[in-house]
Design a protein around this ligand. Structure first.
Ligand code: NIG
Ligand code: FE
Length: 402
């Protein structure tokens, strides 16, 4: 990916997330940041900024690290507006899934789509999320569920990222649901996944994910997939305790997963297990918002010292949501995080959830990935939830959007 050099001056409020500075967000007022060849080389008071060839005046507005979205399913075809309307008339997500809708219907549409159609749809989504400030995004497979289609989804994810200069972290989610051709034979599907699909998909992915839940995969099946993923070099992460207290959070701790995601149904023992294993809790407030179910226990996870990240979960079923500023607003207004917790979780937390130490903070040596707001404070991300707060997006020192 190309890199650039740029110096941002006249920053009214800089969020650094630097643990050496004060407060959770390590705020510097009246600041400047220099980026050379894609990396941050200088951070400090605007008055002391070194001279630079290319500068951008931030007009006293706020600057943050680029958002890191650690959980999306954004390569898919079709939509599920009809199912969404049925839910608003009283059916539950689980009822629709049990009746053969839900993930299955997107699998059908995705398998039927051409490579061009899938790529165009994914490109539209990555362009929009990038314009809203995401500079690194995780993208899962999981709407293919056979060898050819899972490979195709991972290839589309990589292509979409390189087309718009966005860092994509690919995750293999072959265990998203049991496809129709294996109906009633989940264990046989797990055999097929681990013996046939995983070996060929592993070179295209960094992580292995499983939907461990009621109506999806059991703890034992999930463990088999995650252990097989490890054997092929993929680090485990999982959808855990989304629909029920399904044992997923404990499994995440047991297998040393980098993250456990959703966590709508957790108890204090689950929180203690995540804390002890250092597993990041990836919370997805757009899902509970869209399903009109209670939000996960974000404030309790923070209080217990678990590392918390926020993501969109961009998918056609439970969260047709693409942008991180909206997720920050939901995390504050619906889940009850403070603006500081939400902003940290959407930047540094996301980087932790993906094992990326070089981003999510504005420190010397980190990636030159920054967003300039149209507002003087990060608080406005939640305070003005429908305002397009991001003015400019800088990726590896290059202005990519805005
Ligand atoms: O993260 N939980 C499983 N997967 C998605 C939903 C996928 C879908 O409904 O298409 C999620 O919520
Ligand atoms: Fe998900």
């Amino acid at each position: 990916m190309k890199t650039g050099s740029i110096t941002l001056t006249n920053i009214g409020q800089l969020v650094t997330n630097d643990p050496e500075r004060d407060g959770l967000l390590g705020i510097v007022e009246d600041a400047a940041v220099a980026i050379e060849d894609g990396r941050i080389t200088w951070v400090g008071d605007a008055a002391d900024v070194p001279e630079a060839a290319i500068t951008q005046d931030c007009d006293g507005q706020a600057v943050l690290p680029g958002f890191v979205d650690p959980h999306t399913h954004l390569v898919f075809a079709g939509d599920r507006a009809g199912e969404f309307a049925r839910r608003l008339r009283g059916e539950s997500y689980e009822q629709i899934m049990a009746a053969g809708g839900g993930i299955q219907s997107t699998v059908q549409a995705t398998r039927a789509a051409t490579l061009g159609e899938l790529t165009d749809a994914a490109l539209g989504r990555v362009r929009r999320l990038q314009a809203a400030g995401t500079t690194t995004v995780e993208i899962k497979s999981g709407y293919g569920l056979d060898l050819e289609n899972e490979k195709r989804l991972l290839a589309v994810a990589a292509a979409a990222g390189s087309a718009v200069a966005l860092d994509v972290v690919p995750t293999f989610l072959g265990a998203h649901t049991v496809p129709e051709e294996f109906a009633g034979a989940a264990d046989d599907y797990v055999d097929y996944l681990t013996e046939v699909v995983l070996p060929e998909c592993a070179p295209l992915a960094r992580f292995c994910d499983v939907f461990c839940d009621e109506g999806a995969f059991t703890v034992d099946q999930s463990r088999r997939v995650l252990e097989a993923g490890k054997q092929h070099g993929l680090s485990p992460r999982l959808h855990a305790n989304q629909l029920a207290p399904s044992g997923g959070a404990q499994l995440a701790a047991e297998v040393g997963a980098i993250s456990a995601d959703h966590l709508d149904h957790i108890d204090d023992d689950d929180i203690a297990a995540l804390r002890a294993s250092g597993t990041v809790a990836v919370l997805l407030p757009g899902v509970s918002f869209s399903l009109r179910t209670p939000q996960p226990r974000g404030p309790d996870l923070w209080e217990a010292g678990v590392t918390v990240a926020l993501g969109t979960d961009c998918n056609p079923g439970t969260a047709n949501i693409e942008t991180m500023p909206f997720v920050v607003a939901l995390a504050c207004l619906e889940m009850g995080l403070t603006p500081e917790q939400a902003v940290w979780s959407a930047t540094r937390g996301g980087a932790r959830a993906l094992g990326l130490e070089d981003r999510g903070q504005v420190t010397v040596g980190a990636r030159g990935d920054l967003v300039v707001l149209r507002e003087a404070s990060y608080v406005h991300l939640a305070y003005r939830p429908d305002f397009p707060s991001v003015r400019t997006v800088i990726k590896r020192g290059l202005v990519t959007a805005g």
